[in-house]
Design a protein around this ligand. Structure first.
Ligand code: ZN
Length: 248
C-alpha cells in the first residue's frame, strides 16, 4: 500500500503541475473553455465523493459512521474557510487589471488552493488504504481533473503578476500540497485502520463541500455559456462513473 500512496500522490502532483505549465502555453485561454473544464472537474469530484469514498465508507463501517464523517468533512472545510479569508474568484480566469499588483490576493489564492487540495489529496490517500484498485481509479480521476485546476490556478496569476515563474511555482506548489495530503491520509489511516470508514466519509464530505461551495458557484458566476458548462459537468460525471467501474 504505502508505495501505491506515494506513486498516486506523485501522479496528482504531476498532473496539477502539468496544468500550470499549460497555462504558460495557452496564455489566452477562452473563459468558456476554462469554465467548461472546471465544471468537468466538478462532475468528477462529485461522483468520486460517492463511488470512491462514501459508499466504501458504508461498506467498511455503517451509514451512521458515514453520515457523521460527512458532517465532519463539511464542518472542517467550512471552519478552514472561515479562519482563512480566501478570494474565491481567483480560482477562475480573470483578466481584468484591477487586481494587478495585489500580492495579498496571491497569498489568499494560495490558501484557497490548499483548501481545495486537502480533500482531493486525502481522497487519494484514504481511498488507496481502503482498496488499491479503487485507489488508483480515484487517483487517475483526481489527476485528470487536476489538469484544468492547475490551469485555473496559474492563469489568473499570470495576469495578476505579469510574470511566469510565480504562477508556475504556485501551480506546482498546489500540486505538491495534494501529494502531501495524499501521503498524510494514506499513512495515518493505515496506522489507525479502525478509523478508515470515518476517514473515507470525511474526505467525501469535504470534497462535496468544496465542489458545491467553490467549484459550481465559480463556473456559473459569469452567467454565460451555461449549456457548455453543464455538458462539461455531465462528461465529468460519466467519466468518473466509467473509471470507477472499469478500474475499481
Ligand atoms: Zn477538484
Amino acid at each position: 500500500m504505502p508505495i501505491d500512496v506515494v506513486l498516486a500522490g506523485l501522479f496528482v502532483f504531476f498532473t496539477t503541475s502539468l496544468g500550470a505549465f499549460l497555462a504558460l502555453i495557452f496564455k489566452k485561454f477562452p473563459e468558456v473553455g476554462l469554465d467548461t473544464s472546471l465544471a468537468f472537474s466538478g462532475g468528477i469530484m462529485l461522483v468520486a465523493s460517492f463511488t470512491s469514498l462514501i459508499l466504501p465508507s458504508i461498506d467498511n463501517g455503517n451509514v451512521y459512521i458515514s453520515m457523521f464523517g460527512i458532517v465532519l468533512g463539511f464542518f472542517v472545510i467550512y471552519l478552514i474557510g472561515k479562519l482563512i479569508p480566501h478570494e474565491e474568484k481567483f480560482l477562475k480566469y480573470n483578466s481584468s487589471n484591477e487586481y494587478k499588483g495585489k500580492v495579498r490576493n496571491i497569498i489568499l489564492l494560495a490558501l484557497a488552493i490548499i483548501i481545495h487540495n486537502l480533500p482531493e489529496g486525502l481522497a487519494v490517500g484514504v481511498s488507496m488504504v481502503n482498496d488499491v484498485n479503487k485507489g488508483w481509479a480515484t487517483a487517475i480521476a483526481i489527476g485528470i481533473q487536476d489538469i484544468p485546476e492547475g490551469l485555473a490556478v496559474a492563469l489568473p496569476l499570470i495576469f495578476l503578476s505579469n510574470r511566469v515563474l510565480l504562477p508556475l511555482s504556485i501551480g506546482v506548489l498546489s500540486g505538491f500540497s495534494e501529494f502531501v495530503f495524499a501521503v498524510i491520509g494514506g499513512v495515518s489511516f493505515s496506522i489507525m485502520h479502525f478509523l478508515l470508514p470515518l476517514g473515507l466519509a470525511f474526505a467525501g464530505g469535504a470534497m462535496i463541500y468544496v465542489t458545491v461551495k467553490e467549484v459550481f458557484p465559480q463556473v456559473y458566476s459569469s452567467g454565460k455559456n451555461e449549456g457548455y458548462i453543464t455538458i462539461g459537468f455531465l462528461i465529468g460525471v460519466l467519466v468518473m462513473l466509467f473509471l470507477d467501474t472499469a478500474l475499481g
